[in-house]
Design a protein around this ligand. Structure first.
Ligand code: ADP
Ligand code: MG
Length: 668
């Protein structure tokens, strides 16, 4: 079976299962093998019942000592219980709403019970644990992301089939693989899906990650900004003071230093490649707009790219205050008429700055004198997409902005030897956001309190949920449920909801109403995570906070506390991941939080591309695998010298990928 064969060729996969799998973007055998477990459980760690700690996830082995008995059994609800013992203690198992399991449990049967233990009336209990038969408990169990119509067991069987029948191809020679401790592709996949030990798991993790990193680094290398010659821009120092006087606030020292860096860049006769790195709220936008201002003064044009239409719109509104009529926004694909209109404005030089999402890549504009491109939240653009961005307009300066907390050396690798300006100072007058962790039973009180502030102090709240709609697989609060709840509970407060699947215009209208205060509570998915700036929003409420990565929570929290008002962040959690959440309570430093985040990640998400608001890799993780990125960098140069064939194979692969990507855009 080839990797490119459709999944339907596999035993046990008919058209119906194929359509279920397609919902997970799995169409081919290769896609199936690339479907990573979301996490693993190490089933070798059995906890004796007497040592079971309340609240933590455990595996207990127990023999049924009392037959199941019904506690409640009404129309829509059922609960039965039984007890198990392991010689060190007894544990009560409660099964809610799965009545047909009642007859499964017989005195004397032995099972493994996986779940969280809790004490109730001083008795140790587990609610709806996962139950595994004694003979099926083996090694390390993968848990895959699922969709409805698919169970873990069914998916495991299909993947096992694929593993056995796939024809593996190795891009690299045996010599190269063994030199660097990389695995054959067959073992990469076998150890990822069916690890017998932690050692196998980590070997496959390292191997898959390094292979991915090699491709990534080579792509960066081939597409790095070319520091070609360009005409220097003659401009006087006074432009800086002039710009500063237009701002409604006093810039930080770090902002001014970054602006001076930009000024010196554009006076040089080489194309600039500068990264503005600064934590959320450090004020990167103002720095970027200075670049635009300086260009305008010299009669030159700029292009600002944002990863979402929400952000593009927001920058547009900010830029309008400074550039008035000379700024235009490209919201998405333009109609023929709009395109012509915009193009003539740009070609006549009447517009000095165009703000856009990547939509601009699909269109051709005849800028009269484009000289600067600014890419906000650069990591949100895919690598190939970015490289296209970087080189699509030759001879112009590039400034990218990022909030990713990585050390300088890694930033240099990732941004193609960029010069870096660090915004390591927060604007004056910011009060730290007061952060609280809250149990669900205090949730309604907190909402009442928030509603009170909204009524009395004219404040605004974001409410973020991990899900858009209710889901059986993942019990958590959803945007739609919470929206309904709040709307009913506070009929006098205007509540709206927003999510990524809405049309751009709709999203912008909703944000606009939230900005103006027409809307006071905004229930949202993580679409508000990146860059959204509503100055006077003061409350960030996060439902099921333990479902989010720490860095992501830090980004979300960064949406409030942007003005001078006292701001609050409420992390609602039922006790899961409490230690992790406490990190946020204790710190507001993106670097520190990212570091802690790493420490907390165990085998849970082994192939974790836990969202930390950054470039996502399939296997590698930017923060955790920092040393692999360094190692990959060194490997590339050794490869070029000593493993010529492997090097050429890599080169061909990367060149093909770039070509594919560039074909999607109009090359200018
Ligand atoms: P980020 O670095 O996260 O992109 P922004 O550029 O969006 O941050 O700035 C966050 C908010 O702080 C904006 O509302 C901006 O107007 C404001 N701001 C930026 N610089 C300063 C400053 N020096 N003093 C006060 N407020 C500032
Ligand atoms: Mg920003």
């Amino acid at each position: 079976m080839r990797f490119s064969d459709p999944v339907e060729k596999l035993k046990g996969v008919g058209p119906k299962m194929a359509s279920v799998l397609s919902r997970l973007d799995i169409a081919t055998v290769g896609d199936l093998l690339d479907h990573k477990p979301a996490y693993y459980k190490d089933l070798s760690q059995i906890t004796p019942i007497y040592a079971a700690d309340e609240g933590s996830f455990l595996i207990c082995k127990g023999t049924v000592t009392s037959s199941p008995r019904w506690i409640k059994r009404t129309g829509g609800f059922s609960l039965f219980s039984f007890t198990v013992a392991d010689g060190t203690g007894t544990l009560t198992i409660n099964i809610f709403n799965i009545p047909y399991l009642f007859k499964n449990y017989k005195i004397g049967d032995t099972y493994y019970f996986l779940g969280r233990a809790k004490a109730f009336h001083r008795k140790l209990q587990m609610d709806n644990p996962e139950v595994i038969k004694e003979e099926n408990l083996r090694g390390i169990a993968p848990y895959y992301p699922l969709t409805s119509g698919l169970t873990q067991n069914k998916l495991k069987t299909i993947i096992k089939n694929a593993l056995e029948t796939a024809e593996y191809e190795d891009m690299y020679s045996d010599g190269f693989l063994s030199e660097y401790g990389l695995l054959h592709s067959k073992d990469d996949y076998r150890f990822m899906h069916l690890p017998e030990s932690m050692d196998e798991l980590s070997r496959s993790k390292r191997s898959l990650s390094l292979k991915e990193i090699l491709v990534f680094l080579k792509t960066l290398e081939l597409t790095a900004v070319k520091r070609e010659e360009t005409k220097r821009v003659d401009i006087d120092d006074s432009v800086l003071d002039e710009f500063l006087s237009l701002l409604p606030f006093k810039c930080t020292g770090a902002q001014i230093r970054a602006m001076k860096d930009i000024l010196s860049d554009i006076r040089k006769d080489r194309v600039a490649n500068r990264l503005i790195q600064g934590d959320v709220g450090s004020g990167k936008t103002a720095v970027a707009l200075f670049g635009v201002y300086a260009m305008k003064k010299a009669g030159l044009q700029s292009l600002i790219l944002a990863p979402t239409s929400l952000l593009a719109e927001q920058h547009y509104n900010t830029a309008k205050n400074i550039f008035g009529d000379e700024v235009r926004l490209l919201k998405g694909a333009a109609s023929k008429k709009e395109h012509e209109e915009l193009n003539s404005l740009l070609s006549e030089g009447k517009v000095s700055v165009l703000i856009s999402t990547h939509a601009v890549l699909y269109e051709h504009f005849d800028f009269r004198a484009l000289k600067l491109m600014i890419i906000d939240e650069q990591h949100r653009f895919g690598v190939e997409q970015r490289s296209f961005l970087m080189n699509s307009y030759p001879g112009i300066h590039k400034i990218s902005m990022s909030a990713t907390p990585i050390p300088r050396s890694l930033a240099m690798i990732l941004h193609g030897n960029a010069d870096i300006s660090l915004l390591d100072e927060m604007p004056e007058g910011r009060m730290p956001v007061k952060t609280f962790i809250l149990r669900p039973n205090k949730r309604e009180d907190m909402y009442d309190w928030a509603a009170g502030r909204i009524r009395e102090k004219d404040e605004k709240a974001y409410i973020v949920c991990p899900l858009l709609e209710e889901s059986e697989e993942l019990p958590a609060n959803s945007v739609m449920n919470v929206y309904e709840e709040l709307r009913k509970r506070y009929p006098d407060i205007p509540v709206e909801f927003i999510h990524g699947k809405m049309k751009n215009q709709e999203k912008q209208d909703i944000m606009q109403r939230f900005k103006t205060g027409e809307t006071r509570m905004l229930v949202s998915t993580t679409v508000v995570e990146v860059g959204v700036d509503v100055q006077d929003a003061t409350m960030m409420i996060i439902e099921n906070a333990d479902r989010f990565g720490l860095a992501q929570l830090h980004q979300l929290r960064g949406r409030v506390g942007r003005g001078s008002r006292e701001s609050f962040c409420y992390l609602i959690s039922d006790g899961a991941g409490m230690e992790r959440l406490k990190v946020l309570k204790d710190s507001n430093d993106g670097f520190y939080i990212a570091k802690k985040d790493l420490e907390f990640r165990g085998t849970g998400n082994f192939f974790g591309t836990e969202q930390h608001g950054d470039m996502t890799f399939a296997f590698a993780d930017l923060l955790r695998d920092m040393d692999l990125f360094e190692e990959g960098k060194q490997m590339l140069s050794v490869m070029e010298r000593d493993f010529r064939e492997d090097y050429d194979a890599l080169l061909t692969k990367v060149e093909d990928k770039i070509k594919d990507e560039n074909n999607k855009y109009i090359v200018i």
